[in-house]
Design a protein around this ligand. Structure first.
Ligand code: NAD
Length: 314
């Protein structure tokens, strides 16, 4: 069994990945600044193979002992998403990009790094052509730019595999409601309405459990896939925002969908993505958008019910 270091492991992906890795019998150290607290990791705190370290990836002296003990490293710590990076541009460059440089300087050739980046690096493609790993990257947002830079550092180091992830959906121990599918479902359940802008813009989506399963697949096949970049998305979930809203309406028939012609998408993402390379390497996403929407509707109802009862009781 391997020793695994996950930076940013208290987050949306990291907390779910921790469960997948512990279930496989691995030893997991999460190193996280705990920007959103540590409740996402509560269910693992007594697990004998689990350790949580509160720390900042920019503080290499604190991180180094955990790097030294690790076989696999998942560098997930980041300021995630275009709006947050625009709010804190200096932190975005330091955390998303410079900390990866530091990490690489402090790893040996025996370390195995698996790095998730965003497929928003494909920028503003027409939405009609499938982006492959060969498609030139043209990130628009600071978030996209820092992630593209970090990815190229990892590939150049020959110590890692990078996964260009579609927008993730589904529940985790820190479910993010700012991600498009999760956000649309929450809004639809809460208000019965969805107002869509730039509705023709196309995106690609992937369930969080497929992402975690893919990480395990990459660990098992690391030596043959080292140095490679892969797209990971659900091929049936290449669709426009309006088509996504219609998918949600299939399960919430009362939903009223309107279009706002004036609001704009800040990172202008409009592309569809091919995951053929990863499929040929042996991994394919299995969880449908339909079942993810069902799961998110149940979660949104639970969150809204519990916050209503909270307000009733206090
Ligand atoms: N969620 C997606 O759809 C998606 C898609 C593509 C790539 N990614 C990448 O996956 C990674 C994780 O994303 P997520 O959705 O779990 O985000 P998240 O915001 O839920 O988690 C990020 C975690 O990083 C931690 N963190 C932030 N700054 C830190 C620092 N200086 N030192 C230590 N920890 C720090 C936060 O406390 C948080 O727990 C990111 O690198 C992100 O770019 C996510």
């Amino acid at each position: 069994m391997a020793n695994i270091l996950i930076t940013g492991g208290a987050g949306y992906i990291g907390s779910k990945l921790t469960k997948f890795l512990l279930d496989e019998g691995h030893h997991v150290v999460v190193f996280d600044l705990l920007e959103h607290g540590s409740s996402s990791l509560e269910s693992f705190t007594h697990h004998s193979n689990f350790q949580l370290i509160e720390g900042d990836v920019r503080d290499i002296n604190s991180l180094k002992p955990h790097i030294d003990k690790a076989d696999f490293i998942f560098p997930l710590a980041a300021l995630v998403g275009a709006p947050l990076c625009d709010e804190r541009p200096d932190d975005a460059v330091e955390i998303n990009q410079k900390s990866i440089e530091l990490l690489l300087e402090n790893t040996s050739d025996n370390h195995k790094i698996i790095y998730p980046t965003t497929n928003s690096g494909y920028g503003t493609k027409s939405g009609e052509t499938y982006c492959t790993e060969e498609t030139p990257l043209e990130p628009i947002s600071l978030y996209g730019k820092t992630k593209v830079e970090a990815e190229s550092l990892i590939i150049a180091s020959k110590k890692g595999i990078t996964l260009r992830l579609a927008t993730i959906f589904g529940t985790s121990f820190r479910t993010r409601f700012d991600l498009m599918v999760n956000n649309f479902v929450m809004e639809a359940v809460k208000t019965g309405k969805l107002e869509i802008f730039e509705g023709h813009f196309k995106r690609n989506f992937i369930h969080i459990d497929d992402v975690c399963s893919c990480f395990l697949f990459l660990m098992k096949n690391f030596s043959t896939l080292k140095g490679e970049v892969f797209n990971l998305g659900q091929d049936q979930a290449n669709m426009s925002k309006l088509e996504l809203a219609q998918e949600i309406k299939k399960q919430l028939p009362e939903l009223v969908i309107t279009e706002n012609e004036f609001a704009k998408d800040i990172d202008k993402r409009n592309y569809i993505v091919s995951s053929d390379k990863l499929r040929l390497a042996g991994f394919e996403a299995k969880i449908s958008l339909e079942s993810g929407i069902k799961e998110m509707i149940a979660m949104a109802r639970k969150v809204l019910d519990s916050s209503e009862s909270f307000h009733r009781n206090y």
